[in-house]
Design a protein around this ligand. Structure first.
Ligand SMILES: C[S@@+](CC[C@H](N)C(=O)[O-])C[C@H]1O[C@@H](n2cnc3c(N)ncnc32)[C@H](O)[C@@H]1O
Length: 267
C-alpha cells in the first residue's frame, strides 16, 4: 500500500471552501425556526417555565440527523447554479487518471455525489459508461444536462442501484457530508454495488470529529488510520491512501487537509 503525505497546492477538489462561492456564504434559507413545543423553543422560555424540563432533554437523535442532512441537501439545492459555476473548471485530471488507469476499458462507473457533473463528464469522455447520483435534484439535473449521462437522485446510504453492477465508484468530496454514524452503511452500500475487485475512489477531509460549517453543511473528518479501518471493515482493501494539504478555493485558496483513497472490493 502506498501511504504517504504530500503537500500540493491548487487542487480544487474541495469546492467547499472556495471563495468564489462568495454568494453561497449566506446561511441556507431552509433553516426552520423551532416548532412550537420543541425542546429548542422550550430552551427559550424563562427559567421558571423550564423547571419541569429534564436537563437531559434533547431533540431526538433521529430528528436531529434528519434536520442536519436536510440542511446540507438544501444548501446544494438552493445554490445549485452558483455551485456548478464555481466548481466546473476545477481540474481533477491527476486524481481521475490515477483511478481510471486501474479500471478495465469501457468500465461501468458511478459518480456518487456527482454535483454538477464535472467528473461524470470526464469519465464519459474517457470512454467509460458513467452514471451519476446525487441527493440534490437541481444539481442532478445540471449534471444530466452537462454530461449527457444518466443521473439518478438518491442518497449515499441507500443507493437505488443494482448489486455488483459497477467496476468503479467515484466519490469526490461527497461521503464527507454523512454523519460519522452513517459512513459504515454508505461504505457497505458501495461494496454491494461494486463487482468483486471493483474500485472505490473517495476523498475525505482529514481531521477529527464532525460539525456544520458556516453555511450549514455537515462535515465529518477522519484520520488516515481511521479511514483505512472503515474501508477494511466494509470489505474494501485500500490500495492507495494518501494525505495531503491542498490549497483550495479562489481567489484566496485556503490550505485544507485531505485524504484521498482508492480501495478494492474483496472478491
Ligand atoms: C462537495 S460536493 C462534491 C461534488 C462533486 N463530487 C465534486 O467533486 O465537485 C458534495 C456533493 O454530495 C452531494 N451529497 C451530499 N449528501 C449526499 C447524500 N446523502 N447522498 C447523495 N449525495 C449527497 C451534494 O448534493 C453535492 O453534490
Amino acid at each position: 500500500m502506498n501511504t504517504r503525505t504530500r503537500h500540493v497546492t491548487a487542487w480544487g477538489g474541495n469546492p467547499a471552501r472556495s471563495k468564489s462561492h462568495g454568494s453561497l456564504s449566506e446561511p441556507p434559507s431552509g433553516h426552520h425556526p423551532p416548532r412550537r413545543g420543541s425542546p429548542a423553543e422550550a430552551n427559550d422560555m424563562q427559567p421558571s417555565e423550564t423547571s419541569f424540563i429534564s436537563k437531559r432533554l434533547r431533540i431526538p437523535r433521529q430528528a436531529a440527523v434528519r434536520e442536519r442532512d436536510a440542511l446540507t441537501r438544501r444548501f446544494y439545492e438552493i445554490n445549485a447554479t452558483t455551485y456548478a459555476e464555481a466548481t466546473w473548471r476545477l481540474s481533477m485530471d491527476e486524481l481521475l487518471s490515477n483511478f481510471t488507469a486501474r479500471l478495465p476499458s469501457g468500465a461501468t462507473v458511478v459518480d456518487l455525489g456527482c454535483g454538477a457533473g464535472r467528473d461524470l463528464k470526464s469519465l464519459a469522455d474517457r470512454g467509460f459508461f458513467a452514471v451519476g447520483l446525487d441527493v440534490a435534484a437541481p444539481l442532478a439535473h445540471i449534471a444530466r444536462h452537462r454530461s449527457d449521462c444518466p443521473v439518478v437522485i438518491g442518497d449515499l446510504r441507500h443507493l437505488p442501484l443494482a448489486s455488483e453492477r459497477f467496476d468503479g465508484a467515484w466519490a469526490s468530496a461527497s461521503l464527507l457530508h454523512l454523519g460519522r454514524e452513517d459512513i459504515g452503511q454508505a461504505l457497505a452500500e458501495i461494496c454491494r454495488i461494486l463487482k468483486p475487485d471493483g474500485l472505490l475512489f473517495a476523498s475525505m477531509k482529514a481531521g477529527r470529529g464532525e460539525r456544520a460549517d458556516e453555511r450549514g453543511r455537515w462535515f465529518s473528518y477522519y484520520g488516515v488510520d481511521e479511514w483505512r479501518s472503515l474501508l477494511e471493515d466494509a470489505g474494501l482493501a485500500p490500495i492507495l491512501l494518501e494525505s495531503s494539504v491542498q490549497s483550495t478555493g479562489t481567489p484566496a485558496p485556503v490550505p485544507t487537509a485531505w485524504i484521498t483513497s482508492i480501495a478494492r472490493r474483496d472478491s
